[in-house]
Write a protein that binds this ligand. Structure first.
Ligand code: ADP
Length: 482
């Protein structure tokens, strides 16, 4: 197997900086790809948390002026990860969230901040940081412009652009394009321009050798006007270069047999611990003890996640004799809505507003079913964790949810392959009824649980798919067919 060296470019990476699933993916890929003969160096902005974690770093490049101040590229290690950090205090030395001010509004110079990351990525991609990567893999809009800096002529390595959520596009005023230092010819429909704006993600989608997203179904959906967020035309045009690779989860972190964050460990062959975990969840959320089915939500509370739809049918859960626990944070209206539902139904509905990693583990270990009624879901990680923990996922049939959950229709139940419940748009209420009915068939339910727990949700297969894609791009370029 030909060794491959990839420069991964991303604005967040677990365990250094995390605001969402992107960090989990960029944090997990290096180790998973190592088994595939792929070495990964990751470029990160020099946020305070990244610089604090960086060890034995060498300055490998100096830049006199990176969008308003001096910058250095530091190569070093943090948390076992090989990093190339853009040290540019005027851009990144700020407290808190990587994208927003303490009041939650975007930093006004985000275009410069992430153009800076992209420009340094292109420089390192062209061997300007002391090593010559075979390929640059950019994640999401913050890294998208790297594809433009690499497209401005001259030799370059292969490129992959991965979009984790098309809703975040990195759009900035068109008149800012001139300050990016890119050739004027790149400001057009085939390049960086998006309806008169400067589109960072658009640039990546238009100019990368290959585009990936985080599930095959989402890859198909984003080529339609309904889900394409005005990029569907471009994505259709690039359809032959666009594919979907489902994310994995870290099986060391999400392992019910050895999880110190849950009340009682368990496994597919020793499920006794699960009832203790269920009792713990019921107690934690102030629910009546007992054998009612417990439905759970662990989610950002946002329109994307369809939780307003769930709020509209909590009565169905109660009528069917179930209980509901909700852990989440986000939109005020949804936070208030679930808090009110809990207050109105003590003992049957419980709600914790906040972000709580330990409670998320405990819930996955104790709830009977995880509800994910998303309007769109590029991949989704919660349903993968749920499968592994024997919480039966009840999901809308979109994106990665459609690709990872096997619906308990009668044929699948008869064949013994179901591991969850899928429902079509607008059909959450009947799905809740169906889930309750299936829960009443305990043998079927147990089979769904054990199927879920046996499903491969690790990074092994996705890593093999990324490695194959990298090699295909490199070989195509060597053959001059890029
Ligand atoms: P997204 O990235 O769109 O928010 P995903 O399902 O891909 O959704 O990933 C969300 C991750 O964050 C999951 O691992 C989930 O368990 C976790 N999570 C979401 N909300 C919370 C919360 N309030 N507390 C703890 N973990 C949460």
């Amino acid at each position: 197997m030909r060794p491959v060296h990839v420069l991964q470019v991303a604005s967040e990476m677990f365990p250094l900086v995390k605001t969402g699933g992107l960090a989990d993916v960029t944090g997990a890929l290096p180790a998973a790809l190592a088994d595939e003969g792929v070495t990964v160096t990751t470029m990160q902005p020099g946020y305070p948390a990244v610089l604090a974690a960086l060890q034995a770093a060498d300055a490998v490049h100096e830049e006199a002026d990176l969008f308003g101040g001096p910058a250095r590229l530091l190569r070093g290690e943090a948390a076992g990860l090989d990093l190339l950090v853009v040290e540019a205090p005027h851009l990144y030395d700020r407290p808190g969230n990587p994208y927003t001010r303490p009041d939650g509004s975007d930093w006004p110079d985000n275009a410069a901040r992430f153009a800076g990351l992209a420009r340094m990525a292109a420089l390192a991609g062209r061997a300007g940081a002391g090593f010559a990567p075979d390929l640059v893999h950019a994640h999401d809009w913050q890294a998208g412009l790297a594809m433009a800096y690499l497209a401005d002529g001259g030799a370059r390595p292969g490129t992959v652009m991965t979009v984790h959520n098309l809703a975040f596009q990195g759009l900035f005023p068109g008149d800012g394009f001139a300050s990016l230092g890119l050739p004027p010819g790149l400001f057009g429909v085939d390049g960086v321009e998006f309806f008169g704006m400067t589109g960072f993600l658009k640039a990546g989608l238009a100019l990368a050798d290959r585009v990936t997203t985080v599930s095959p179904t989402y890859a198909a959906e984003i080529q339609t006007p309904e889900h394409g967020m005005r990029l569907d035309g471009l994505l259709r045009a690039r359809g032959g270069r666009l594919s979907g690779i489902v994310n994995g989860i870290d099986e060391a972190v999400w392992n019910p047999a050895a999880d110190r964050l849950i009340a009682a460990p368990f496994s597919a062959t020793a499920m006794e611990g699960r009832s203790k975990n269920k009792a713990e969840v019921q107690a934690r959320f102030g629910l009546e003890a007992g054998t009612r089915p417990v439905f759970g939500v662990i989610s950002r509370l946002s329109w994307q996640k369809g939780l307003d739809l769930l709020l509209g049918c909590v009565d169905e859960i109660l009528v069917q004799g179930g209980q509901l626990v909700v852990l989440g944070t986000g939109e005020r209206g949804l936070e208030d809505g679930f808090a009110a539902a809990a207050a109105a139904n003590p003992g049957r509905i419980g709600c914790v507003i906040g972000y709580d990693e330990a409670l998320a583990h405990q819930m996955q270990a104790g709830i009977d079913a995880l509800l994910v009624p998303s309007r769109f879901e590029p991949c989704g990680l919660t349903q993968l964790c749920a499968l592994r923990y024997g919480a039966v996922p009840v999901v809308s049939r979109v994106g990665g949810l459609a690709d990872t959950v096997i619906d308990a229709n009668e044929a699948a139940v008869a064949a013994g392959v179901a591991n969850g419940i899928q429902f079509a748009e607008g059909a959450l209420r009947p799905a809740l009824r169906r889930a309750s009915a299936l829960w009443g068939r305990q043998q079927v339910w147990r089979r769904m649980q054990s199927n879920g727990m046996a499903a491969d949700v690790s990074w092994k297969r996705p890593a093999a798919q990324y490695a194959a894609l990298y090699r295909e791009i490199i070989e195509t370029r060597v053959a001059g067919r890029a």
